[in-house]
Design a protein around this ligand. Structure first.
Ligand code: NAP
Length: 248
């Protein structure tokens, strides 16, 4: 049976590697992106070249109406959703809490908390046996920042990921009897473009020597954990927060 997976922020970094690996494991993948159409299409092209099934879908998750239309396009163009990876997320420039603006906090919480909540809501409406669905699986991409705190860089980001972990724990209990599993993956420092987007292009180089492994993780190493949680091999895992942090 065709299994349909939506990966938010599937155009780059951890989301792109998750889309590629999930497609190789038999999922039909909706590759969501906000701005970088070329990167999203490149992920789709790689999947198609391996005889997989995928579609790039633009939607800015800061806009609730675009979230609704994203799920409607998945319904119409790919079929019944049975997997969601709530991956898209942002950081901001390094600041202390006493420097934050209201705009910064609103943007951070809208993107990293409200959007994944709304995506989870749309997914549950389609997957839940209580709504006539067949079940499914949700993986939220959190961060070890939720327990480290992000001091002097981004406490707001850390707090947003702690909220995402609370979504994992609470929602997993709400839908456990409706054949839906909900888990978090908590990456440590991973080599992607997110650090440059927060104004720290050398963050990997600068922090790697201090890490327990002496190196950052790769997006593929996180994708492997996400795809395991998506798989039937994780059939008794729900409400789990799985660190992929190299002992950090
Ligand atoms: P990334 O390389 O910066 O990629 C971000 C992805 O999110 C892109 O596909 C981007 O789409 C998409 N995106 C951004 N804003 C969006 C919006 N408004 N609507 C829809 N999509 C949007 O990030 P990453 O490092 O792979 O991070 C992925 C997740 O892992 C995030 O939740 C992040 O917090 C988490 N994480 C990362 C690390 C790390 O060290 N890298 C560590 C812990 C947790 P476009 O290509 O269109 O811009």
């Amino acid at each position: 049976m065709k299994k349909v997976l939506l990966v938010t922020g599937g155009s780059r970094g951890i989301g792109a590697q998750t889309a590629l690996l999930a497609a190789a494991q038999g999922w039909t993948v909706a590759v969501n992106y906000a701005h970088n159409e070329r990167a999203a299409q490149e992920v789709v092209n790689q999947i198609l070249a391996q005889k997989g099934h995928a579609l790039a879908i633009q939607a800015d998750l800061m806009d609730p109406l675009q979230i609704e239309s994203l799920f409607e396009r998945v319904d119409q163009e790919l079929g019944t959703l049975s997997g969601l990876v709530n991956n898209a997320g942002i950081v901001d420039q390094s600041q202390r809490v006493d420097e934050y603006s209201h705009e910064r906090l609103t943007r951070m919480m809208n993107m990293n908390v409200v959007a994944p909540f709304l995506c989870a809501k749309e997914a549950v409406k389609r997957m839940s046996q209580a709504h006539g669905g067949k079940g499914g699986v949700i993986v939220n991409v959190s961060s070890v920042a939720a327990r480290l705190g992000g001091a002097s860089q981004y406490v707001d980001y850390a707090a947003s990921k702690a909220a995402l972990d609370a979504l994992t724990i609470g929602l997993s209990k709400e839908v456990a009897r409706e054949n839906i599993r909900v888990n978090s993956v908590s990456p440590g420092l991973i080599d992607t473009e997110i650090h440059a987007s927060g104004g720290l292009p050398n963050r990997i180089r600068d922090l790697s020597p201090q890490l327990p492994f002496g190196r950052a993780g790769t997006a593929t190493e996180v994708a492997q954990a996400i795809c395991w949680l998506l798989s039937e091999s994780a059939s008794y895992c729900s409400g789990t927060i799985l660190d992929v942090s190299g002992a950090r």
